[in-house]
Write a protein that binds this ligand. Sequence first.
Ligand code: KIV
Length: 252
Amino acid sequence: MNPKITPASIRAMKGRGEKIAALTAYDFPMARLLDQVGVPFILVGDSLGMVVLGFPDTTHVTMADMEHHVRAVARAKPHSLVVADMPFRSYETVPTAVENAKRLITAGAEAVKAEGGREIIEQVRAITAAGIPFCGHLGMLPQHVIEEGGYHVKGKKGTEHQSLLADADALVAAGAFAIVLELVTPPVAKEISKRIPIPTIGIGAGPDCDGQILVTPDLLGMLPWFSLKHVKPKLNAAEQMRAVIQEWKKSV
Ligand code: KIV
């Protein structure tokens, strides 16, 4: 039987040079499938706002939404590590960050993830001091999409490059066990991955991160109305489902 994956196991994978495959799940059946395949890191991402709830971006997702979906994923009792996103505005202050991280753990998450570096470092320190494993998220921060006016690649400018290095160092010092790098230029993602002792998990950040993460419905082609540069669907699930439903409808 597969052993239970912990934040320490994820860190140890970097030590062994073993790549970390991470995917999102928002419900029981997907969590069960990912577990059966042996995906070590399941993220209950706030991407659920777009891919499950139909919002235009992740800023509409609430703590109640996250708790609901974390509970569904946790019911699959996966061997995989279950990491939950802290939604927009749920970690603005140190006390709210700790309280909301505890709520996600109570719902069944085994670690939490939040977006940002030095600007949230007091919150990260308080979360790890409370004994809650923390995964960082640097680069393009989807919860800032409105103020940034879109999803832009980070690390092209010298100032962004230096800032990403400083943020990664700060997250390591604050006790993070891994860092997601989203839309970071591949050379900068490679530099960060070499520089820090904890795993980097890339999305649209090139091949040299310690692991890769995708939004599962993007991988499976379930959302043909979104087209993304960093992922080519490996299945056309939406088309296949439409065809089966059409055939069944005709048979009625
Ligand atoms: O919400 C999410 O699914 C994420 C991934 C894009 C890393 O944060």
